[in-house]
Ligand binder design. Structure first.
Ligand code: NAD
Ligand code: LMR
Length: 332
């Protein structure tokens, strides 16, 4: 029997990530090839015409799984009955703006959209925040949507996770699909800690630790980390625009694995509400290694953390605590 359609909200849908993301969702990349979807696309009034153009293209693409499109600038209409919300819309940093100015714009947006999701989304709606500062926007959303279970509010660090897999695959000249269990700890920012201490590569003679295959520890502790941390900036420099296709693809991976589960023996990175695991302060949205099953994520426990890693986990937590304080100061 055909499945009921799932309603997926994409905010900022007229933007560049939105334009890459909505066809992926409509093709089944996010929820699987047998899952019909209804797309809810939200943007702001100046982007209404462009949003309508995206809707026209979705109709023209005749996606078999796409059972309806809501394209609107009305946040209530956009949030109504949605099962999954991918929050891409936000205020970008413009020339001459201070960090606090950008934060205050985004805090206001995420506060009001949190209330709309809380009132109008389906019960148990799963939320993924992509827009930067992604972890802190997600935290604000959590604060202002208290009836949405905190486990349902996450942010995107899967792009960084995939970037880490990509760097290892290039270095070792192996298929990216043979590399697994990298970890992104902390913030989706340049303080994030891409960690391959527990990552492995599938080889003809079995799974081998990345640390054994990459003999150059200096590279792993130096250039590898900075390349992943700075990859977003490198893309902006090269494209004059921030990453879009890889961000959209990672958003699909994030929701796909959250809803449909991670493969046995594999974890992925997700920004989730910290419960104090790995001595990270509770109450931050912090990226952890997680496994997913039956629509729920669980932080992978018991991984050994050496002194080098400890410092990096703490530094990115510190930045998140500062961002949290800044965000709260914008609310008062
Ligand atoms: P973009 O500027 O092309 O698109 C953003 C869209 O959001 C625009 O269409 C804009 O009109 C819309 N928007 C603004 N305020 C809105 C509001 N209140 N409600 C609904 N829509 C609103 O930007 P983009 O390149 O698509 O990137 C979107 C965001 O994702 C940025 O914040 C970017 O920094 C972030 N990003 C995050 C990651 C990640 O891995 N977490 C990766 C890449 C980009
Ligand atoms: C990315 O990681 O590509 C983006 O978050 C960069 C940015 O600042 O938009």
């Amino acid at each position: 029997m055909a499945k009921d359609p799932v309603r997926v909200l994409v905010t900022g849908a007229a933007g560049q990530i939105g334009y890459a993301l909505v066809p992926m969702i409509a093709r089944g990349v996010m929820l699987g090839p047998d899952q019909p979807v209804i797309l809810h696309m939200l943007d702001i009034p100046p982007a209404a015409e462009s949003l309508n153009g995206v809707k026209m293209e979705l109709v023209d693409a005749a996606f078999p799984l796409l059972k309806g499109v809501v394209a609107t600038t009305d946040v209530v209409e956009a949030c109504n009955g949605v099962n999954i919300a991918v929050m891409v819309g936000g205020f970008p940093r413009k020339e001459g703006m201070e960090r606090k100015d950008v934060m205050s714009k985004n805090v206001a947006i995420y506060k009001s959209q949190a209330s709309a999701l809380e009132q109008y989304a389906a019960k148990n709606c799963k939320v993924l925040v992509v827009a930067n500062p992604a972890n802190t926007n997600a935290l604000i959303l959590k604060e202002f949507a208290p009836s949405i279970p905190e486990k349902n509010i996450t942010c995107l660090t899967r792009l960084d996770h995939n970037r880490a897999l990509g760097q290892i695959s290039e270095r070792l000249n192996v298929q990216v699909s043979d590399v697994k269990n990298a970890i992104i700890w902390g913030n989706h920012s340049s303080t994030q800690y891409p960690d391959v201490s527990h990552a492995t590569v599938k080889t003809p003679s079995g799974e081998k630790p990345v640390r054994q295959l990459v003999s150059d520890d200096d590279w792993l502790k130096g250039e590898f980390i900075t390349t992943v941390q700075q990859r977003g900036a490198a893309i902006i420099k090269a494209r004059k625009l921030s990453s879009a296709l890889s961000a959209a693809s990672a958003a699909c991976d994030h929701i796909h694995d959250w809803v449909l589960g991670t493969p046995e023996g594999t974890w992925v990175s997700m920004g989730v509400y910290s419960d104090g695991s790995y001595n990270v302060p509770a109450g931050l949205i912090y990226s952890y290694p997680v496994t997913c099953r039956d629509g729920e994520w669980t932080i992978v426990q018991g991984l050994s953390i050496d002194e080098f890693s400890r410092k990096k986990l703490d530094a990115t937590a510190e930045e998140l605590a500062e961002e949290k304080a800044l965000a709260y100061s914008c609310l008062s």
